[in-house]
Design a protein around this ligand. Structure first.
Ligand code: CTP
Length: 404
C-alpha cells in the first residue's frame, strides 16, 4: 500500500530500552520491504533487549550506539556524525520510545547518541512510546508527551492491551501497521492533527441481504476505502466511529467499531450514531433491494425457485436528518458518472460527493488504488489521479477540512 511513499526514503530508526525493542526488528524489515533506506541508532539500554547485530543485519547498515569512540585509537573519523545523520534523514522514528527518552527529549537532553541526534534533527520526528500501564499513565509522562506534541513532534499513542508485566492497560507499542501508516502520513506532508476534536461517522463495506440461512444478495465492495478513511481520520486526530458491513479489513482498536450485515441494520446504526457525530462519510455500498422475506430454512432445489421477490430498502443518506452535519456520499457509476453524481449530490442533499471512476483496472472494487472526482455542493469539482486508497482517503479528508 505505501510502497510509493517509502521508496528511497531515508529513515532513521531510534530504538530504546524496553521489552518492545524486539519489535524494532520487524519494523526495520517492513520499512526495508517498502523500499526505504534505514539507519538505526540504539540507546545503550536497548542493547539489553535486542542485539545490534540483528538490527544492523536487517537494516544493512552499521548501528550507532555510542556518542564517542570506545577507545582513543578507534573510530576517530566519527567527527560530526550526529549532524550528518540528522541532515541525512527524511524522517526519524523512535519506536519503542521509553518514558525516560520521552522525558529527555521533552527537556532537550543530549546525553547519548540517540538523544543527541534528536536535538540536531531537521526532519520530522515520530515518537512511539511504550511502557507498562502505570509508567505510561504517570502524570509526569503524560505531561512530557504533551510537551513533545506542543513542540510539533508527532506522538503515536500507546495501545491498550496485555502488557509484559501481566497487567492490562494502555502502554503497548502500537501494531506495526499503524506505526507505518503514521509514518506514511508524515512523509506525505502531514503536519498537524487537523481533525482534532472532530467526531466522524464512517460507513464501509457491502451489505448482505439474506435469502435463507445460507444465501444472500451482496456486492463486490471490500470496505477498503471506508477503512482507510477511518484509519487516516483517526491518525489526523478525529474520534471515529466505523459502521461496517461484512469485510475482511482490520481496523485500529481506537476506532469505535460497529459491525452490521444488512442495509436495515446499517440504517439503524447510522441513525443511532449520527446525533453524536458532526461529519458523516457514507462510503458503504448499501444494497438498494432485499428479499421480501428471509426463508427460515435452506431453500431446497426441489422447490424449483424461479424468482425472488424483492423490496426496496430505505435510502439511508436521503432519509437522515442532516441539520448541522457535514454529509459526504459516494457514487459508483459505470456510465454518465459526473451527471449521475451531481444528481445524487442534489437529490440526497449532500455537502460533497466522491465519484469513483471505474474506467481503469486500478480503481473500483477490492483494489488498493482508486481514481476519484470530488464534487461539492457549490458545484466545484476536483479530479485526482490514480492513487492508493490511503492517499485518496487523505485527499477526501483534506477536502472535508476545507469544507467549501
Ligand atoms: N446509499 C444509502 N442508502 C441506500 C443506497 C445508497 O445511503 N439504500 C448511499 C451510498 O452509501 C452512497 C450513495 O448513497 O454514499 C450513493 O450510492 P449509490 O449506490 O451510488 O447510488 P444509489 O442511490 O443506490 O443509486 P443507483 O444504485 O441507482 O446508482
Amino acid at each position: 500500500m505505501h510502497n510509493k511513499i517509502f521508496k528511497n526514503k531515508k529513515i532513521l530508526l531510534g530504538v530504546t530500552g524496553c521489552i518492545a525493542a524486539y519489535k524494532a526488528a520487524f519494523l526495520t524489515r517492513e520499512l526495508k520491504n517498502l523500499g526505504a533506506e534505514v539507519k538505526i541508532i540504539m540507546s545503550p539500554s536497548a542493547t539489553e533487549f535486542i542485539s545490534p547485530l540483528t538490527l544492523s543485519t536487517l537494516s544493512v547498515n552499521p548501528v550507532i550506539i555510542n556518542t564517542f569512540p570506545s577507545s582513543k585509537t578507534e573510530n576517530s573519523d566519527m567527527g560530526t556524525w550526529h549532524i550528518d545523520l540528522a541532515l541525512w534523514a527524511d524522517l526519524m522514528i523512535i519506536a519503542p520510545c521509553t518514558i525516560n527518552t520521552v522525558a529527555k527529549i521533552a527537556h532537550g537532553f543530549a546525553d547519548n547518541a540517540l538523544t543527541t541526534i534528536v536535538t540536531a534533527l531537521r526532519s520530522p520526528l515520530l515518537v512511539v512510546p511504550a511502557a507498562d500501564v502505570d509508567m505510561y499513565q504517570n502524570k509526569i509522562t503524560q505531561r512530557n508527551i504533551q510537551t513533545l506534541r506542543d513542540f510539533g513532534i508527532n506522538v503515536l499513542d500507546a495501545e491498550d492491551g496485555e502488557l509484559a508485566s501481566g497487567l492490562n492497560g494502555k502502554g503497548r507499542l502500537p501494531e506495526l501497521n499503524k506505526i507505518i501508516d503514521a509514518a506514511a502520513l508524515i512523509l506525505n506532508g502531514f503536519k498537524k492533527k487537523d481533525l482534532e476534536n472532530k467526531k466522524i461517522l464512517i460507513t464501509a463495506g457491502p451489505t448482505y441481504e439474506d435469502i435463507d440461512p445460507v444465501r444472500f444478495i451482496g456486492n463486490r465492495s471490500s470496505g477498503k476505502m471506508g477503512y482507510w478513511l477511518a484509519k487516516t481520520a483517526y491518525l489526523r486526530g478525529a474520534e471515529v466511529t466505523l459502521i461496517s458491513g461484512p469485510s475482511s479489513e482490520i481496523i485500529y482498536p481506537e476506532v469505535n467499531f460497529i459491525s452490521v450485515r444488512s442495509a436495515n441494520e446499517m440504517e439503524e446504526a447510522v441513525k443511532q450514531n449520527l446525533k453524536a457525530n458532526e461529519i458523516l462519510i457514507m462510503s458503504a455500498a448499501v444494497a438498494d433491494y432485499s428479499p421480501q422475506k428471509k426463508n427460515p430454512n435452506k431453500i431446497k432445489k426441489e422447490s424449483k425457485l424461479a424468482s425472488i421477490q424483492l423490496k426496496e430498502n430505505n435510502d439511508i443518506l436521503a432519509s437522515i436528518d442532516k441539520k448541522d452535519k457535514f454529509v459526504v456520499g459516494f457514487a459508483l457509476e459505470t456510465e454518465n458518472g459526473i451527471s449521475n453524481a451531481k444528481k445524487k449530490l442534489k437529490s440526497k442533499n449532500l455537502d460533497m460527493i466522491v465519484l469513483n471512476i471505474l474506467k481503469t483496472n486500478q480503481s473500483g472494487f477490492d483494489t488498493d488504488t482508486n481514481k476519484i472526482k470530488i464534487i461539492k455542493k457549490n458545484g466545484s469539482g476536483k479530479d485526482f489521479p490514480v492513487q492508493s486508497k490511503f492517499l485518496i482517503a487523505n485527499n477526501i479528508l483534506s477536502e472535508i477540512v476545507k469544507r467549501k
